[in-house]
Design a protein around this ligand. Structure first.
Ligand code: NAD
Ligand code: TYD
Length: 338
């Protein structure tokens, strides 16, 4: 299979490319990435240097000429679209880039794929398009879309465009919606790597609101295997939920991190809540289990220890990715909340 992966220098894209290059040495992968503040070419530098089946292309998914020329030049058969602005807090600070990349960029991919007569597009979406749950119940694929943040609204917009391309043009588009990922290469603006950094530095760990918001955590490799299954076995036009069977309050997550790093819980600092903060996410992934054979393999405590080990062994990576832009946003965002 000749694949175009977009956003492959981000967290999940990097793990996906690594997994696919080792599971399918006969596939070739072109990675199109704009290298925003969240994209790091370094994360795949070893593949770039040594792997004939991997190629990096610097560019924007919103550029139809570039996307079309890559599809043609590399005889691409399928696209997996990870590229996105992905941080909820940044979408609250400034929604415009989210609409531009997540909606317009997704439409550009769909349109170029349509014109090229591509076999399949897999679009990577999120559980956040469903909005929030009360204490009971799970999101299924037929839960109505009710996004609450500019990020999740932009992701829901792209999901609806995927639907439109299936219904209007009969295209083969598969949408995957996954819960919160964690693992190696996650950018340290998201909860788990941020709390790792703070705990290591013995600095206050900023917990929004009462810390009782719940997320369903999945180890990134389990999500990537789900994407592989959606790509190879998904039903045309199918939508699949993926989850980790690991509902945790944010306080549980932060306490687990402090315990692994042997730090005192008095580092936990409650700060002003995120506006529009979804209370609970939890996934019913029975459809993906039945149709694709999807099942998460790693439990949360194993996965968190593995993740912490990775960050401990990759301090250079952590240092490199904290660009000036990263420091600027983190400085003002948390100053306003404390
Ligand atoms: P990330 O922010 O780590 O990486 C995003 C990547 O996209 C970066 O490499 C960035 O440079 C690239 N990019 C951004 N704009 C681009 C553009 N216009 N053109 C080309 N490349 C561009 O994100 P992530 O956490 O790896 O998430 C990947 C995808 O998975 C996103 O679509 C996200 O919505 C979805 N998702 C993430 C999670 C999660 O927990 N992280 C959960 C469910 C779904
Ligand atoms: P995050 O990793 O940003 O993912 P998402 O918002 O996509 O779920 O946040 C996970 C949870 O952690 C969410 O409920 C917000 C909370 N959170 C904090 O309490 N403090 C923080 O500094 C961050 C970044 C997140």
């Amino acid at each position: 299979m000749r694949l175009l992966v977009t956003g492959g220098c981000g967290f999940i894209g990097t793990n996906f490319i690594r997994l696919m290059r080792s599971a399918h040495p006969d596939w070739s992968i072109v990675n199109l990435d704009l290298l925003t503040y969240a994209g790091n070419r370094l994360s795949l530098a070893d593949l770039e240097a040594e792997d004939q089946g991997y190629r990096f292309e610097h560019g924007d998914i919103r550029d139809p000429k570039l996307v079309s020329s890559l599809l043609e030049e590399h005889h691409i058969e399928a696209v997996v679209n990870f590229a996105a602005e992905s941080h909820v807090d940044r979408s609250i600070d400034n929604p415009a880039p989210f609409i531009s990349t997540n909606v317009q960029g997704a439409q550009t991919i769909l349109e170029c794929a349509r014109r090229a007569g591509l076999a399949r597009v897999v679009h990577i979406s999120t559980d956040e398009v469903y909005g929030t749950l009360g204490p009971q119940g799970l999101f299924t694929e037929s839960t109505p879309l009710a996004p609450n943040s500019p990020y999740s609204a932009s992701k829901a917009g792209a999901d609806l465009l995927c639907r439109a391309y299936v219904e209007t043009y009969g295209m083969d588009v598969v949408v995957t919606r996954c819960s919160n990922n964690y693992g190696p290469y996650q950018f340290p603006e998201k909860l788990i790597p941020l709390m790792y950094l703070k705990a290591q530095a013995v600095e206050p760990l900023p917990v929004y609101g009462d810390g009782m918001n719940i997320r369903d955590w999945i180890y990134v490799d389990d999500h990537c295997r789900g994407v592989e299954l959606a790509l190879t076995k998904g039903r045309p036009g199918g939508i699949y939920n993926f989850g980790g069977n690991a509902e945790k309050t944010n306080l549980d997550v932060v306490r687990s991190m402090l315990s692994i790093l042997d730090r005192n819980e008095n580092l936990i600092t409650f700060v002003t809540d995120r506006p529009g903060h979804d209370r609970r996410y939890a996934m019913d992934f029975a459809l993906a289990a039945e149709e694709l054979g999807f099942e998460p393999s790693l439990d949360f405590s194993q996965g968190l220890r593995k993740t912490v080990e990775w960050y401990k062994n990759n301090t250079d990576w952590l240092e490199t990715v904290q660009s000036g832009e990263y420091r600027r946003f983190m400085g003002t965002w948390y100053e306003e909340r404390s």
